[in-house]
Design a protein around this ligand. Structure first.
Ligand code: DHB
Ligand code: FE
Length: 282
């Protein structure tokens, strides 16, 4: 049987990817952020999962504003790196896991989650930056990846509560898959940030810290945060944090916080990595 053994939350600021790609992670500006990633990387290398389900949002690269699926799953054998206007990031192609992805698509849809199915899809910084943060710069990514996109770009995005329930359905689906796969799930994006308008550069450490605490201790309370509250408390792009609820819903009620790192600023945002382990994990 396949099993979800751990969850990771990670921000996906594009400038973090640029710092990796240009060898700038040791500069005075970036070093404190990247030093904080090392324990998470060591933990993940030791865990050595077979597959990662990466819950992320596309930023109008694979999905233009002509088509806006609320939830989408990538079922391909591989996913090319998107060109976001500056050429492709020099990172390995992302290997998919078609058998588990198709099983998830079927199980989720029969479980009444109306997933869009992507047979082909380039993946953007929303997915590749969390991989860089947690895996460094290997010649090939160390596990297969199932991309799962959530719309947080065009109003209305799904609620945090709906995202949490999707996570619970993902767990049920994974546990029905026959092959013995050890699966981790990523929730990406956030933390507080606003990229435009009068409040550009807005950061709310107090909100972010309470959100990180709540992820471990009382995730259901966090699912009640409304879109307006995300906008007000975490900035317009802080709404990306609804994706963390998918990850959290797929874990045990009682999880162990293995590690967290929170840093301001990364570009003009707050960036975090949070590692949660299922207490029931083998
Ligand atoms: C930026 C872009 C993002 O998608 C994000 O989540 C945070 C920051 C940026 O362009 O700086
Ligand atoms: Fe983003």
């Amino acid at each position: 049987m396949a099993k979800i053994i751990a969850g990771i939350a990670a921000s996906h600021v594009p400038a973090i990817g640029v710092a990796v790609d240009r060898g700038m992670t040791g500069t005075p500006y970036w070093q404190p952020l990247f030093k904080g990633y090392e324990p998470a990387r060591e933990w993940l290398a030791k865990l050595a999962p077979d597959v990662a389900i990466i819950v992320y949002n596309d930023h109008a690269n694979a999905l233009s504003l002509e088509l806006i699926p609320t939830f989408l799953i990538g079922v391909a054998d591989s996913f090319p790196i998107a060109d976001e206007g500056f050429g492709r990031r020099p990172v390995p192609e992302v290997r998919g896991c078609a058998p588990l992805a198709w099983h998830l698509a079927e199980s989720l849809i029969l479980d009444e989650f109306d997933m869009t199915i992507a047979n082909e899809m380039p993946v953007d910084h929303g997915l590749t930056v969390p991989l860089s943060i947690t895996c460094g710069q290997p010649p090939a990514w160390p596990f297969r990846v199932i991309p799962l996109c959530v719309n947080v770009v065009q109003y209305p995005p799904p609620t945090g509560a709906r995202c949490f329930k999707l996570g619970q359905a993902i767990r049920r689906a994974v546990e029905k898959f026959d092959e013995d796969l050890r699966v981790v799930i990523y929730g990406t994006g956030g933390m507080s940030h606003q990229l435009q308008g009068e409040r550009a550069g807005f950061i709310n450490r107090q909100f972010d810290t309470a959100f990180l605490d709540g992820m471990t201790k009382d995730p259901l309370a966090l699912t009640k945060i409304t879109h307006t509250e995300y906008m007000r408390e975490a900035g317009s792009e802080g709404i990306e944090m609804v994706m963390w609820h998918v990850m959290r819903g797929a874990l045990d009620e009682d999880v162990a916080e293995v590690y967290r790192h929170y840093h301001v600023p990364a570009s003009n945002t707050a960036a975090a990595v949070l590692v949660l382990e299922n207490r029931s994990a083998p």
